[in-house]
Write a protein that binds this ligand. Sequence first.
Ligand code: NDP
Length: 308
Amino acid sequence: MKEQVRVLIIGSGPAGYTAAIYTSRANLQPVLYEGIEPGGQLTTTTEVENFPGYPEGVDGNQMMADIRKQAQRFGADIRAGIITSVDLSQRPFRVVVDGSHEIEAESLIVSTGASAKYLGLPSETKFRGQGVSACATCDGFFYRKKEVAVVGGGDTACEEATYLASLCKKVYLIVRKPFLRASKAMQERVFSTPNIEVLFEHNTVEVLGDDLKGVTGALLRKTDGTERTIDISGFFLAIGHHPNTELFKGQLELDEEGYIKVAAPSSKTSVEGVFAAGDVKDPHYRQAITAAASGCVAALDCERFLLK
Ligand code: NDP
């Protein structure tokens, strides 16, 4: 016998947990599957200082544990497990968990998030959270008056480099091509900021560091083969994100980058009864607070849909 669920929430970052708080308070008995990375991207950062309500800042893991607990307080059924397939062709939607457990869901809230792209260097993985970060807005503050590097040549990289330049002594912008891909306005901001040095045609060979201090530098190689080392204590990736939407390809309308399209300002997707919240539908803001807010929107839309 398949399990019947009124609201199934897929994904466990601030968007998913907030949707769980709202739908459980509305007595809709939501079931939430946490997925591959319980707590989402915030669990890979160190301290969160820009989420309202934590005047002293809060550890990313702790904040996710708090929001999770808050949802459970109202009866949200939060489970470990990965959704392995979905069929949105008819209602109730059919969902399979871990390849075997079948669920029929009257409504779905998709909050599977996005993942920052990394270069794939072992040294980069080793120092993740110890100097390597994919979020300057989250972690930049910890590098005040220090030297850091940003990798990437798009709008995010330029925006992050400019932001970091306002806090740090020096910012290297490591760009693999001989030009920036970012908009002209963003490029101008970068070029007119005196403490940003753009290193065109450079790739990172290795992030350098030790167990005690974390990141201490980076070994770079120029396209002409010459190598140089830069001394830095922060290494920021800004080479794009990919939304976690593989499960929904061909079933939900996605944009050209793979983000779920919603009928803004609502959370409604192209399938009635399926709602999207958080980074999975947001390539622009990507903040914990905006994700949480969109989880609330999805929960309210879902509640209205079920009441209809
Ligand atoms: P983009 O895809 O635009 O840029 C990614 C950058 O990373 C490119 O310069 C790319 O290089 C580089 N890159 C990718 N892979 C590697 C790699 N392995 N090694 C080194 N460099 C690499 O992503 P963004 O996150 O910058 O932007 C995403 C979208 O969001 C864009 O549409 C952007 O315009 C928008 N955005 C808008 C903002 C604004 O308007 N304020 C702010 C932030 C983002 P290459 O050019 O060689 O491919």
